[in-house]
Design a protein around this ligand. Structure first.
Ligand SMILES: [Zn+2]
Length: 324
């Protein structure tokens, strides 16, 4: 049996480790007691989702754990539930499996800070992505600001595409300005940028990075969220949501039409990371990692998309291995 949390063979639905991380050890079923929003026409959603937020085409619901049962809630949700999105993108029924797989790869294999997450099924069998919220503490909501808020950019000030209006280099400048421990946080940011490239997450815009207040009161980079191989759903999308540099492209980029190792190396230097650290971080991404294949194989993606996911991964690693 594959655990719908960590995607490894275990002898329980959610394995002991996943139960502990996700549900404080409680024996929660991988099936919710209610149907997906598309199948449910009772009052369940109307009564409990007055505060749903709509971001793009993705509806998000808030859940709380009562005993061993996950229930929809309006307030103090401990979890976010993302069902199959609605829209015109390709293979949207595979989006929960895609996000779960990508988050697990990031968490287990690339040392990124990722909140506990899993695939869970509605009563009618359709899948959803479940993630534990990191912006809640026992005393209430933790202060969190995304980088559009930090940069004070909104649709009013910067137009409809404001989320795409800075470069990653400019986000790095904001990290230096607002995060006291930016030397440590910058390496995390760098790792995440390279990860997004290698796993074809082409929608990592300003609002998909946040700073969060620590228990000590200062700000840190928040755990990563909304990571998925967007290429599965939007094949013509550009490689990255934002450009690396605020001022144009390198000669190698001009020659190939995409970023290679040199670009990320130059980016790392520009944002103040030591050469030896850049090389060390990049090393994790320039070799094909067999464990990535294992997780893809054991994921909830359908076979044809596992192959496409693998292909994109190989393609990006190959790009990082190209020498000018
Ligand atoms: Zn597990």
């Amino acid at each position: 049996m594959i655990c719908p949390g960590c995607l490894h063979h275990r002898n329980q639905a959610y394995c002991t480790k996943c139960r502990k991380e996700l549900f404080d050890g409680k024996n929660v079923s991988p099936y919710l007691s209610f149907n997906s929003p598309s199948k449910e026409d009772t009052d369940v959603y109307r009564d409990h989702t007055k505060k749903i937020s709509i971001s793009g085409v993705q509806l998000k619901y808030s859940l709380t754990l009562k005993g061993t049962e996950l229930q929809l809630t309006e307030t103090k949700g401990q979890y976010i539930l993302k069902p199959i999105p609605v829209g015109t993108f390709h293979h949207l029924d595979q989006a929960p499996a895609n996000e779960h797989l990508t988050m697990q790869i990031a968490r287990q294999l690339f040392k990124l800070t990722i909140p506990p997450n899993a695939v869970i099924f509605f009563n009618d069998g359709s899948p959803a992505y479940l993630v534990r919220r990191f912006d809640q503490s026992p005393d209430g909501k933790v202060q969190q600001e995304d980088f559009a808020q930090i940069a004070q950019m909104t649709s009013e000030t910067h137009g409809k595409n404001y989320k795409y209006d800075l470069s990653y280099e400019e986000i790095a400048a904001l990290i230096i300005r607002y995060i006291p421990t930016h030397r440590i946080e910058m390496e995390k940011f760098f790792r995440l940028i390279v990860f997004n490239y290698v796993f074809s997450n082409g929608d990592a815009h300003l609002k998909n990075f946040s700073a969060i207040q620590s228990a000590q009161g200062d700000y840190l980079l928040s755990p990563a969220y909304d990571l998925l191989c967007t290429r599965l759903h939007s094949p013509r999308e550009s490689d990255m949501a934002l450009t690396l540099f605020k001022d144009g492209f390198s000669k190698t980029y001009e020659a190939y039409g995409f970023y290679t190792y040199q670009d990320f190396y130059a980016f790392g230097k520009r944002v103040g990371i030591k050469a030896s650290r850049i090389e060390k971080i990049m090393k994790d991404f320039t070799e094909i990692n067999a464990s990535v294949h294992l997780l893809i194989d054991q994921s909830f993606l359908k076979e044809e998309l596992k192959a496409v996911y693998r292909e994109h991964y190989h393609d990006k690693v190959k790009r990082l291995r190209m020498m000018p």
